[in-house]
Design a protein around this ligand. Sequence first.
Ligand code: RB5
Length: 150
Amino acid sequence: MKIAIGADHAGYELKELIKAHVTKMNFEVYDMGTCSTCSVDYPDFAETVASAVSQGLYDRGILICGTGIGMSIVANKFKNIRAALCNDLFTAKMSRLHNDANILCMGSRIIGSGLAIEIVNTWLTTPFEGERHGRRVEKINLIERKVIDK
Ligand code: RB5
């Protein structure tokens, strides 16, 4: 699985930890910035990661900002993106089982690094359940097409 990861200045340090962890899990990780704690704008990094996942260049994305909210708002503007803001384990698990989320957003100012790593482990290893949830995800895709055509 190929994973794109990005963060703003608030998420930079957690991104570095997650990147090292996910690399150790033997996933292919591509870091799309930011590269320091200098102030930047989260939409720029959400756009880079979400656009790459939307185009199929990466299977999944991970985005980190202070709360995860800004990243999730931006990422969900992109076609084929189901970005889930998960600052707890249950949400991370359900976002995969029921929503087939392909981008994980987290808030570095909300959760500690230990919990963040557990969230990533759960999110990367939980499969999509399909069946009735597949029908619902397909309805999301239909809505996306209708909105784009308007
Ligand atoms: C940056 O201060 C902060 O607004 C950003 O990291 C994020 O929390 C936005 O949603």
